[in-house]
Design a protein around this ligand. Structure first.
Ligand code: SAH
Length: 265
């Protein structure tokens, strides 16, 4: 093990837990779980990841489950600040990377404003892990020199509508988070913006877990096919020429290492 930092009492580490498979945790994330007094976590954290906590860690659940109301962002940050002021060593565990579409940025800003000592541990984001696990290179020199990450879901007070037509015009492959429900209207707008209706699409659910499922489809049918296949959340939608490469790669790939089971929302 390389030398790893000490989690000091009264501080919060905002830690990325990766997409599901505990093998995709970082050593920093493992080090954090081992030292925490309190682990405040979301729904999409695999039980096998939580099992890596030290013996005295207390878990607090801060996500949405079984249709119950999730804690508001303000409630979560207030709780973190309260625990820090009590002198606890706190890990705020978020799925994937804490700063990618998971409101980790908002939490970090609130903690910084409150003067709480903070460290942020990057994680493997599900968008990239899902593509890779499905045999879709995010970039190759023959397909694309850029890629776009986007969310299909906005907070009520969020930044408003994404300009999907302009995104289509740019022509880069897309990695969409939280987009299964809105896929129909996103696909329509992308086609209006100039993407080919037969552009290959892969919908990858429960990536890097034993329930990983991949739906291969095309842009104009993606929404209907996803409904027919009863795609489970969480899922990543990949759209672009690079998705075609999966055909060549996937059958040669060993996915037997994906041993985790996601705790379902
Ligand atoms: N910070 C997270 C994303 C949080 S938003 C990250 O970096 O991965 C939650 C969305 O992430 C889900 O709706 C889904 O689109 C995606 N997601 C998270 N885990 C996933 C998984 N194992 N497989 C597929 N998609 C996943």
């Amino acid at each position: 093990m390389p030398p790893l930092p000490r989690l000091e009492p009264g501080s919060v580490w905002l830690v990325g837990a990766g997409p599901g498979d505990p093998g995709l945790l970082t050593l920093h994330a493992y080090n954090a779980l081992q030292q925490a007094d309190v682990i405040v976590h979301d729904a999409l954290i695999a039980q096998e990841v939580l099992d890596l906590a030290g013996p005295n860690a207390v878990f607090e659940f801060a996500g949405k489950r079984g249709g119950h109301r999730s804690c508001s962002q303000a409630e979560i940050t207030q709780r973190l600040i309260h625990l820090a002021r009590e002198g606890k060593r706190i890990v705020r565990l978020k799925g994937g990377d804490p700063f990618v579409f998971g409101r980790g940025g908002e939490e970090a800003l609130a903690l910084a404003e409150a003067g709480i000592p903070l460290r942020v541990v990057p994680g493997v984001t599900s968008g990239l892990a899902a593509l890779t696990a499905a045999g879709i290179p995010a970039t190759t020199r023959n397909t694309n020199a850029a890629i776009t990450f986007a969310t299909g879901h906005f907070a009520d007070d969020g930044p408003g509508d994404t300009d999907w037509r302009s995104i289509a015009k740019a022509g880069h492959p897309l990695i969409l988070y939280m987009a299964v429900q809105t896929l129909g209207s996103i696909a329509d707008a992308l086609i209006e913006g100039g993407l080919a209706p037969d552009m290959p699409v892969a919908v990858i659910s429960n990536a890097t877990t034993p329930r990983q499922h991949i739906l291969d489809t095309r842009l104009d049918r993606a929404h209907d096919d996803a409904i027919a296949a009863c795609i489970e959340a969480p899922a990543i939608v990949a759209i672009g020429e690079n998705v075609r490469l999966r055909e060549k790669l996937a059958r040669h790939m060993d996915v037997s290492a994906f041993g985790a089971t996601l705790e379902q929302a």
